[in-house]
Design a protein around this ligand. Structure first.
Ligand SMILES: Cc1cc2nc3c(=O)[nH]c(=O)nc-3n(C[C@H](O)[C@H](O)[C@H](O)COP(=O)(O)O)c2cc1C
Length: 251
C-alpha cells in the first residue's frame, strides 16, 4: 500500500488522547493541507475555528450531547459552512437586488466545510494524530452561535477532536457493510427485502434482547437509539432554527 492509502486504512475514530498539546508546527501543517481541499467554484465557502481554550472545550463537551472526551482533547477544530464572507462582499460590491443566501448555498457550503474537515482528518492521521467527528455540533444552534460568535450565514457543519495517539493504543476497526450494498453501477439499485436481510445479518449478530428500549430486533434498537433519540430530535430542531436564516429573501 502506498503511504496515502496506508493513512486512509489506518484511521479509526480516536476518543482518548496523549496528554500532549498539538505542536504549532503540526497544527500549521494540518491547516495548510486543509486549505488545499477542493472547494466549490474556488470560493472557500467555509471557515475553520481552532479551539484550544479549556473553558470552551468544557462547554462543547456538554452542548454536544454530553461527551466528556471532547474536553480532554488537546485540540478541537470546528468547520463552518460560511456564506457570510461572500454575502458581505456582494453587499460591499453594491450588487443590485442582493438576495440573502438560500438553502442551495447552505448545502454547497456544507459540502465545502465537510470536505475540508476530512482533509484535516487525513493530514492529522499522517502526522500521528487521531481524530473524532462530533456531529452534535449541529445541535443547540442558538447556544453555539453565541459561544462561537457566528453571524447569520455561518453554520457549524462538522467538529473534530484531535490529539496524538496514546501509548500502546490498539485501534478497533469497525466493520463496514459490504461494498455490493453500497456501490452501485451506473444507476441506483433499490435493495429488496432479502438483500436487506443479508446486508444487516452481520450487524444483527451483535443484538441483545436485554436493552433499555424494549427493542426486539436490531432495526427497532437502532431506530430507538438514533432516529428516535432526544439528540436526533434536537439536531432537527436546531437545523430548522438555522434554516430560518437561509431562506433566500430579498434584502
Ligand atoms: C458526521 C459524523 C458525526 C459523528 N459524531 C460522533 C459523535 O458525536 N461522537 C462520537 O464519539 N463519534 C462520532 N462519530 C464517529 C463515528 O461514530 C465513527 O466514525 C463510526 O462509528 C465508524 O468508526 P470509525 O471512524 O472508527 O471507523 C461521527 C462520525 C461522523 C462521520
Amino acid at each position: 500500500m502506498n503511504p496515502v492509502l496506508e493513512t486512509i486504512h489506518r484511521r479509526t475514530s480516536l476518543r482518548r488522547y496523549k496528554d500532549t498539546p498539538i505542536s504549532d508546527n503540526d497544527l500549521q501543517t494540518i491547516l495548510a493541507a486543509t486549505l488545499r481541499a477542493p472547494t466549490a467554484g474556488n470560493m472557500m465557502l467555509y471557515s475553520v475555528l481552532v479551539i484550544k481554550d479549556q473553558a470552551v472545550k468544557e462547554t462543547l463537551s456538554k452542548t454536544c450531547d454530553n461527551q466528556p472526551f471532547i474536553a480532554k482533547a488537546p485540540l478541537v477544530l470546528i468547520f463552518l459552512a460560511d456564506y457570510q464572507r461572500w454575502f458581505d462582499y456582494y453587499r460591499l460590491s453594491e450588487v443590485q437586488e442582493l438576495k440573502t443566501p438560500d438553502v442551495g448555498d447552505l448545502f454547497l457550503a456544507m459540502d465545502d466545510a465537510i470536505i475540508a474537515a476530512q482533509t484535516a482528518v487525513l493530514a492529522a492521521e499522517s502526522l500521528g494524530m487521531g481524530t473524532c467527528y462530533i456531529g452534535d455540533i449541529m445541535e443547540n444552534y442558538e447556544t453555539h452561535r453565541e459561544l462561537l460568535g457566528l453571524p447569520d450565514y455561518v453554520f457549524p457543519a462538522a467538529m473534530l477532536t484531535l490529539g496524538y495517539y496514546p501509548d500502546e493504543y490498539k485501534p478497533i476497526f469497525r466493520d463496514r457493510f459490504p461494498s455490493e450494498y453500497i456501490v452501485h453501477d451506473e444507476t441506483y439499485r433499490h435493495l429488496g427485502d432479502e438483500e436487506l436481510k443479508a446486508m444487516f445479518s452481520e450487524l444483527e449478530k451483535g443484538f441483545s434482547p436485554n436493552n433499555k428500549f424494549g427493542a426486539t430486533n436490531m432495526g427497532q434498537f437502532t431506530y430507538a437509539r438514533k432516529t428516535g433519540s432526544s439528540f436526533a430530535r434536537e439536531m432537527s430542531r436546531s437545523i430548522r432554527a438555522a434554516l430560518e436564516n437561509w431562506q433566500g429573501r430579498l434584502s
